[in-house]
Design a protein around this ligand. Structure first.
Ligand SMILES: NC(=O)c1ccc[n+]([C@@H]2O[C@H](COP(=O)([O-])OP(=O)(O)OC[C@H]3O[C@@H](n4cnc5c(N)ncnc54)[C@H](OP(=O)(O)O)[C@@H]3O)[C@@H](O)[C@H]2O)c1
Length: 313
């Protein structure tokens, strides 16, 4: 039986990886500060120590500090300790074992020009510590010969990030979005979990992972709102006004460095520009995404309520 070590198995994506691996017959080790949903818990604080990977045949690294912290805040330093230094510790412990390292499309340079993003798209110019530290962590993983997966905006039942944040933005039946609708790639959590468990044999390198086709932003958000029984109209604010508001909110947020700002330039960038991931490199390895947003209307209703939102996608 294959033994798979899954880091971040107490989190959203990692828990799907762990349960899917167990359902496929693997022995699962869950590394993190909290236990995962299945398997044996191996305590690990990525910010402090080298993990114990004894017995693992494969490592799937989902653990990360996610969010959009105030620049210069303690949360930013903690993010570096987990996403970069923690990766170095993991790779040191992995030795020659295959590693699948879950990255993010947030490593790609922001702004317009992402209407078809292949893996050689520029990485850099990040608007927050999340993008910067994910890029630095994946650079270490790539140098060590890992398979690096870049999903975008992972959604599904139990999502503690995207849906709660979206729903919290509805005010008096109105949801304001920056600029006109755009085309966006999203990644169903089942598609990511499947890729994590399929990719170990792929040639080392980076691979985009997303649903089979991109979505119209406003239509996708209407689908989510409807699935949650939320009656809301979508309104559009000019992109320049959204950027100015985000800049002002972020400047004020420096006065409260422990709280994430409710609006950031990163969040505006994520919503206002088309970002379509080209997944042909993963498909050339025989992988196909089986799920899409149309499978989810009822599943969304089971999303965990009351979990603090994060703007990191
Ligand atoms: N959700 C998305 O939309 C999205 C999109 C693109 C990429 N990703 C990537 O997918 C991965 C999983 O994200 P997620 O959405 O599942 O996030 P999540 O629900 O917040 O889970 C994060 C996981 O990281 C672990 N972790 C955080 N700090 C740690 C530390 N100091 N030591 C050990 N483990 C630590 C947490 O475990 P403990 O707290 O138990 O230690 C938790 O299991 C991340 O690499 C993220 O960058 C996510």
């Amino acid at each position: 039986m294959t033994t798979i070590a899954v880091t971040g198995a107490s989190g959203f994506c990692g828990s799907y990886v762990a349960t899917t691996a167990a359902a496929r017959g693997a022995d699962v080790l869950c590394l993190g500060r909290r236990p995962g949903p299945v398997g044996r818990h191996i305590p690990w604080d990525a910010a402090r120590e080298v993990p114990d990977l004894s017995g693992a045949d494969l490592v799937v690294h989902c653990a990360a500090a996610v969010g959009d912290p105030v620049p210069g805040s303690p949360a930013e330093a903690a993010m570096h300790a987990v996403n970069v230094d923690g990766t170095a510790r993991l790779l040191q412990a992995a030795g020659g074992r295959p590693v699948v390292w879950v990255s993010s499309a947030s490593v790609y340079a922001p702004g317009p020009g992402r209407s078809r993003v292949a893996e050689d798209h520029p990485v850099g110019g990040h608007l927050n510590a999340y993008g910067r530290t994910k890029a630095a962590g994946e650079a270490l993983a790539l140098a060590a010969g890992a398979v690096v997966l870049r999903p975008r905006a992972v959604y599904g039942p139990g999502d503690p990030h995207l849906v709660p944040r979206l729903l919290s933005r509805v005010r008096r039946g109105l949801l304001l979005l920056p600029g006109p609708s755009v085309r966006l790639s999203l990644t169903a959590v089942e598609n990511l979990a499947d890729a994590c468990l399929t990719a170990a044999g792929w040639p080392p390198g980076a691979y985009n992972i997303a649903d089979p086709a991109p979505y119209d932003r406003d239509e996708a958000i209407r689908t989510v709102l409807r699935a949650h029984g939320v009656r809301a109209r979508i309104g559009h604010i000019p992109l320049a006004a959204a950027r100015t508001a985000a800049g002002a909110v972020q400047a004020l947020a420096r006065l409260r460095p422990h709280a994430e700002p409710p609006l950031t330039r990163y969040a505006v960038d994520q919503l206002a520009h088309s970002v379509v991931l080209d997944v042909s490199k993963a498909e050339s390895q025989g992988w196909t995404a089986g799920r899409s947003l149309k499978d989810y209307p009822s599943a969304f209703r089971r999303a965990v309520p009351g979990v603090p939102p994060s703007s990191t996608v």
